[in-house]
Design a protein around this ligand. Structure first.
Ligand code: CA
Ligand code: CA
Length: 197
């Protein structure tokens, strides 16, 4: 590993790696460098990943995932909302697929999934937002015959999440709801374990 690692490490400055490691405590230096190499290839040396490039990658990593859902996932990766992913955004997003069950990982992951649902990024999930994500997750079209069933499911889910009945779901409500109902996470990421108390 020695020679290759130092060559790549010189590309990514030590201080920067240290900063990244604080954001992705579940990843080691080797893994970060491995992803950096991957990122450079994917972004064709631009050091920015566009939505189209990301969607292609995500559909390759998760076959069967609809492009609409991949676009919502891109939005959650793109934390500064400039429409592209820098390496840090890319890495932090990828670290969310770490499936550890410790409390810290669970909370970070749930916070991130909350961002997938919170389309307008205002810190709460509205009825429309959950409806949109569920329709996309089920890949429904406007004429789909399963629509009434899914609408009913959405309604029940929203009511179950919105425990204080203010017509929006806060992060804390969301977190509690994911512990009662694993479907909220499995809808988007089948393999992801849910967190329990
Ligand atoms: Ca960005
Ligand atoms: Ca919102």
């Amino acid at each position: 590993m020695g020679v290759g690692l130092s060559r790549r490490a010189s590309d990514l400055k030590g201080r920067y790696i240290h900063k990244l490691r604080q954001k992705v405590p579940n990843m080691g230096v080797d893994e970060i460098l491995e992803w950096y190499r991957e990122y450079k290839t994917l972004s064709r040396g631009k050091n920015l990943l566009t939505e189209v490039e990301f969607v292609e990658l995500y559909q390759y990593l998760f076959p069967g995932l609809s492009w609409k859902l991949a676009k919502h996932i891109f939005r959650a990766f793109d934390t500064d909302r400039d429409g592209t992913l820098n390496f840090e955004e890319f890495l932090v997003g990828l670290s969310m697929t770490d499936l550890s069950r410790d409390e810290d990982s669970c909370r970070r992951r749930t916070r991130w999934i909350f961002q997938v649902y919170d389309i307008d990024n205002n810190g709460s999930i509205s009825w429309d937002e959950i409806g949109e994500i569920i329709n996309v997750a089920y890949n429904l079209t406007s004429k789909d015959s399963n629509r009434p069933k899914v609408n009913e499911f959405t309604k029940q889910l929203f009511q179950d999440m919105d425990t204080n009945r203010d017509n929006k779901v806060s992060f804390d409500e969301f977190l509690s709801a994911t512990k009662r109902n694993e479907e909220i996470i499995k809808l988007l990421f089948k393999e992801m374990p849910t967190c329990t108390d």
